[in-house]
Ligand binder design. Structure first.
Ligand SMILES: [Zn+2]
Length: 415
């Protein structure tokens, strides 16, 4: 069956335009063929019609900062739990991938820790999941955010190519260059570097600035020579400025941002990807006593600041992508990121950040991120109106229809 008519929905097209009630969308051969008023589109002769009266139709959601491979008890990217076999690890990763699609996410960028082999498995149809843009292993300096060893632990951090992409510790321009080339060889669509301290790493202070401009520039050069770009983990303004000086295009977290740095991101045409959901998730874990003391202290620093930084970046006009950074096994509630961001910038802008802005960040704006003729048919239907209640997107039960590349991959509509 090549044709599918999505009949009589309220359309939110992902561009920020007002919702359009009474709209139908015709899908043909995986693409959006025609959009119009419900009366104006003729139902396909031998295709299927799905009645969406009372539902909202939107582009598939996207998440620019996932860690499908972060299953470890210490929530580190690219780590199995202490007692897990590699088989159990793979099963846990596949579960995370499948859950994201079931919750309406049709394209995601893994921000490190997922071996690109999983992205290929989705592409090959071996598992059902969103289109994945993998970063492979994070690049971190010794003692940096990717160095998850305790102070007196000198054991090497080991990856298993094709399964497990643990952080790579590299120091100096040559090591960074080699590691970037290696990640690109393994199939990464962008290179991830750790440019500041982080919440869940044992040794570093949040304010520490990691990698020199020259080191990061080596990664940027290699990525750009391959037609790709660099993503940098940065909590503070000095680390953001370092990353921008090296040519980094995607600034992750941006938790403690000042005005001059917001303008610097804007002037360089870089993107900022705040990650509000992980902060709230970690805060819940902290209440339950599930994160170490160092993590709790650093968490408190970013929790109050990040919403203010989002506000500052938005009013400066910075391109704001959408990312969750959620960790652990059984990752659900991914869409709550939009509700948290909506408190700062409103629901429509939160939706745009997770659709058209992320599509630009991914350099996929010609195929995904909006409902427009000729685009890939990545579409979701929501029971209700996400503009009046954005929290609907935080629960997959409110998303009874998911279509990826024209294929219905989830359908639980009440008939
Ligand atoms: Zn992350």
């Amino acid at each position: 069956m090549d044709e599918l008519l999505l009949h009589n929905a309220t359309l939110i097209d992902g561009t920020g335009a007002d919702p359009r009630p009474g709209t139908s969308v015709l899908v043909e051969k995986g693409l959006i063929r025609q959009i119009g008023s419900s009366e104006s589109i003729t139902p396909p002769r031998d295709g299927r019609v799905i009645d969406l009266n009372g539902l909202t139709l939107m582009p598939g959601l996207t998440d620019a900062h996932v860690h499908f491979g972060a299953l470890g008890a210490n929530a580190f990217a690219g780590s199995p739990g202490d007692d897990d076999s590699l088989a159990a690890y793979v099963i846990g990763v596949v579960e995370n991938i499948e859950l994201a699609l079931q919750e309406g996410f049709t394209t995601v960028r893994d921000a490190g820790g997922l071996d690109p082999a999983f992205a290929r498995a989705v592409e090959q149809g071996l598992i059902r999941g969103p289109r994945i843009l993998p970063s492979g292993s994070h690049l971190s300096q010794t003692g940096g955010h990717g160095d998850r060893r305790d102070r007196y632990d000198e054991r090497p951090i080991v990856s298993v190519p094709g399964i497990l992409a643990a952080p790579v510790l590299v120091d100096g321009v040559d090591q960074v260059r080699l590691a970037a080339r290696q990640q690109l060889r393994l199939g990464s669509t962008q290179v991830k570097v750790m440019a500041s301290g982080g919440v869940m790493s044992p040794i570093d202070a949040l304010e520490s600035i990691q990698f020199t401009v020259e080191e990061m520039h080596a990664a940027v050069h290699e990525a750009e020579m391959a037609g790709k770009y660099v993503v940098a983990h940065c909590h503070t303004s000095p680390s953001i400025n370092n990353a921008l000086a090296a040519g980094v295009r995607s600034i992750e977290h941006g938790s403690i941002l000042d005005e001059a740095t917001a303008n610097a991101i804007l002037n360089q045409g870089a993107f900022m990807i705040p990650t509000l959901l992980v902060i709230e998730t970690l805060a819940k874990w902290a209440e339950a006593g599930d994160i170490p003391h160092y993590g709790q202290m650093k968490l408190a620093q970013v929790r109050t600041q990040m919403p203010l930084s989002v506000e500052l970046a938005a009013s400066a006009g910075v391109l704001l992508g959408s990312g969750t950074d959620i960790l652990g096994p059984g990752q659900t509630g991914r869409g709550e990121e939009l509700a948290l961001k909506a408190r700062v910038i409103g629901p429509m802008k939160a939706i745009v950040s997770a659709t058209t802005t992320n599509a630009r960040l991914f350099r996929l704006e010609d195929s995904i991120g909006k409902v427009s003729e000729g685009m890939d048919a990545d579409l979701i239907a929501i029971s209700g109106d996400p503009i009046s209640d954005i929290s609907l997107l935080g629960n997959g039960k409110n998303i009874p229809l998911v279509i990826k590349g024209g294929q219905v991959v989830k359908e639980s509509l009440q008939t």
